[in-house]
Design a protein around this ligand. Structure first.
Ligand code: SAH
Ligand code: SF4
Ligand code: F3S
Length: 443
C-alpha cells in the first residue's frame, strides 16, 4: 500500500509520525506523494482552535483528491473528538488515540483486508505505551527524537493536553537509554528528549526512581552522543539538579525552552501555573548564571481571560528583562473542557491581535540583537542538510550551533556535509538565521 502522513502540532507528534512511517515501511508499505497515496494518516493537534480546524479542512481536501482512498486520524484531535470523526467523515476508517500509536499499523493492515471495517482505538494506558523499537534514526538526519514520557498532570487552566494525552507516564529509563544507543548506532549524533513536562520525569506512578537530571546525565554520557536537547520544561519543576547537569555535562546543549506564558502574577494565578513573575525571573537568571550564554526561549499566551493592558505590559517587561532569544506567542483560544473556558472577561480578538503584534515586534528586536552579537564568533555546527538556496559555484548547507540557532554555510560542490560537524566563524546575521564560513575540516 502507498501511504502519506500529515503531521500537525508539537515534536511529540513529529516523533510519532516518524515512528509510524518506519513501522509501515517495515510492513512493506511505501511512503508516497499525496496524489499517489491510497491511505492517509493524519497526526493531529488540538492545542488551539486553528490547528483543529486545519484537520477538518485537510480531511475534506483529501477525500476530494482521492475518493477511493481512506484516512486514519491519530493524535490529539482524535482523542478529543473520538468516534465523532468516523461519523462525520465516512472517509475516515480509523481513529487512534495518543496512547495507541503502536497499535495503528496493525489496525491499518486489517482495514486493508476488510474494506467495510472501521476501527476505533481510543483507550489510555496506565503505563507508558512502549512500542516496537524504531528501526534506525531517520536516514540522513543526524538529530533524533527520543520520547521519555507521555501525558501531563498539570491541568493549566487553558490547556487541553492533559485531556488529549492523558496522565503523565514516564518511560522506563533503561528502555530510554537502549533507544538512545540504538539511535546512535544508526547514525544519530544529537538526541532530543521529548515530553510535555520533562522536568517531572520519573515522579509519576510508572517512574522507576530515576529523576530527569539523572536521566539527562546518563543520556549525555552515552558514547557517540554529541549533543542533547530537551523540551518542554515547566518552571515549577526545573530543579537545581537539572540546572547543575546543564552546567556540567558538555553534551547538554546551552539551550532551554522555558514557557513563561505571562508576566503578570494575577494572570499566572488564573492560569494555574503555580509560579509567579519573580520566581520565573529568578529561575531564568539562575540558568543564565549556571550556563553563561544559554539560549532561552519561551511560550507566551496573550489575551488570557481578564488580561488587562497593565497585565500585558508586565509580560512585555518580563520578556525584555530575560531577553529571550526567541518566543512562540499565541492568542488565547477556548478549548473544550478546560477550566479557562468558564472564566469571565474574555479579551476580544482585536485586542488579542494587537497585543500579539506588539509582543512579536519586541521579540524581533531581541532576536535580532542576539543574532547580531554572534557575528565574528566561532562555533561548531551540526549539518542537517542542504539549504534551499544553491548556485553552481558552491553548495549551501544548513546546520545548527549548540544553542539551536540555524546557520547557513557554503561548502565546495560535491562535498557531502550530511550529519557532519564543522567549525565555523559567523559572518552575517539575518532576521532569523546566521551565515558562517568554514574554518576547519568536517568530522
Ligand atoms: N507542555 C508544554 C507545551 C504545551 S502546548 C508546556 O507546558 O509549556 C504549547 C503551548 O501552546 C503552550 O506553552 C501555550 O503557550 C500554548 N497554548 C496551550 N493552550 C493554549 C490555548 N488554549 N490558547 C492559546 N495558546 C495555548
Ligand atoms: Fe498544558 Fe500546562 Fe501540561 Fe504544559 S504543563 S501541557 S501547558 S497543562
Ligand atoms: Fe498539539 Fe497534542 Fe502536541 S494538542 S501541541 S499535538 S500534545
Amino acid at each position: 500500500m502507498r501511504f502519506s502522513i500529515l503531521s500537525f502540532g508539537c515534536q511529540m507528534n513529529a516523533a510519532d509520525s516518524l515512528w509510524l512511517a518506519q513501522a509501515l515501511t517495515s510492513m512493506g508499505w511505501v511512503e508516497s506523494p499525496r496524489e499517489e497515496a491510497q491511505v492517509y494518516i493524519l497526526n493531529t493537534c488540538s492545542v488551539r482552535e486553528k490547528p483543529e480546524q486545519k484537520v477538518y479542512t485537510a480531511l475534506g481536501r483529501l477525500q476530494q483528491l482521492n475518493p477511493d482512498g481512506f484516512a486514519a486520524v491519530g493524535g490529539c484531535v482524535s482523542q478529543q473528538v473520538g468516534d465523532g470523526l468516523l461519523e462525520r467523515f465516512p472517509f475516515v476508517r480509523l481513529v487512534f488515540g495518543t496512547d495507541q500509536v503502536g497499535a495503528a499499523p496493525g489496525a491499518l493492515a486489517r482495514l486493508v483486508e476488510h474494506p467495510s471495517l472501521k476501527i476505533s482505538l481510543l483507550d489510555f494506558e496506565e503505563r507508558y505505551p512502549e512500542r516496537e523499537p524504531a528501526v534506525t534514526a531517520a536516514p540522513g538526519r543526524p538529530s533524533a527524537f527520543v520520547t521519555i514520557m507521555q501525558g501531563c498532570d498539570n491541568f493549566c487552566a487553558y490547556c487541553i493536553v492533559p485531556y488529549t494525552r492523558g496522565r503523565q507516564k514516564s518511560r522506563d529509563p533503561g528502555l530510554v537509554l537502549d533507544e538512545c544507543r540504538r539511535l546512535v548506532a544508526g547514525g544519530a549524533r544529537e538526541l532530543f528528549l521529548l515530553g510535555q513536562n520533562v522536568n517531572s520525569y520519573g515522579l509519576d506512578a510508572s517512574g522507576a526512581g530515576v529523576g530527569f537530571a539523572e536521566l539527562l546525565r546518563r543520556v549525555a554520557r552515552t558514547p557517540g552522543v554529541e549533543r542533547v536537547r530537551f523540551t518542554t520544561s515547566h518552571p515549577k519543576d526545573l530543579d537545581d539538579a537539572t540546572i547543575r547537569a546543564m552546567a556540567e555535562e558538555p553534551a547538554v546543549c546551552p539551550q532551554l525552552h522555558l514557557p513563561m506564558q505571562a508576566g503578570s502574577d494575577a494572570v499566572l494565578r488564573r492560569m494555574g501555573r503555580v509560579y509567579n513573575r519573580t520566581q520565573y525571573l529568578d529561575l531564568a537568571a539562575k540558568v543564565q548564571q549556571a550556563r553563561p550564554g544559554v539560549a532561552l526561549t519561551t511560550d507566551i499566551i496573550v489575551g488570557f481571560p481578564g488580561e488587562t493592558e497593565q497585565d500585558f505590559q508586565q509580560t512585555l517587561e518580563a520578556v525584555e528583562q530575560v531577553g529571550f532569544e526567541g518566543s512562540f506567542s499565541f492568542c488565547y483560544s477556548d478549548r473544550p473542557g478546560t477550566a479557562a473556558t468558564a472564566l469571565p472577561d474574555k479579551v476580544n480578538r482585536e485586542i488579542q491581535l494587537d497585543r500579539l503584534w506588539r509582543l512579536q515586534k519586541l521579540q524581533d528586536v531581541l532576536t535580532r540583537k542576539v543574532l547580531e552579537d554572534q557575528v565574528g564568533r566561532e562555533t561548531v555546527l551540526l549539518l542537517e542538510g542542504k539549504s534551499r538556496k544553491q548556485d553552481s559555484e558552491e553548495s549551501f548547507w544548513r546546520g545548527r550551533d549548540p544553542h539551536g540557532r540555524v546557520v547557513n554555510l557554503a561548502l565546495p560542490p560535491g562535498k557531502d556535509g550530511s550529519g557532519k560537524l564543522v567549525k565555523v566563524k559567523i559572518t552575517h546575521a539575518k532576521n532569523h538565521s546566521l551565515t558562517g564560513e568554514r574554518i576547519g575540516e568536517l568530522w
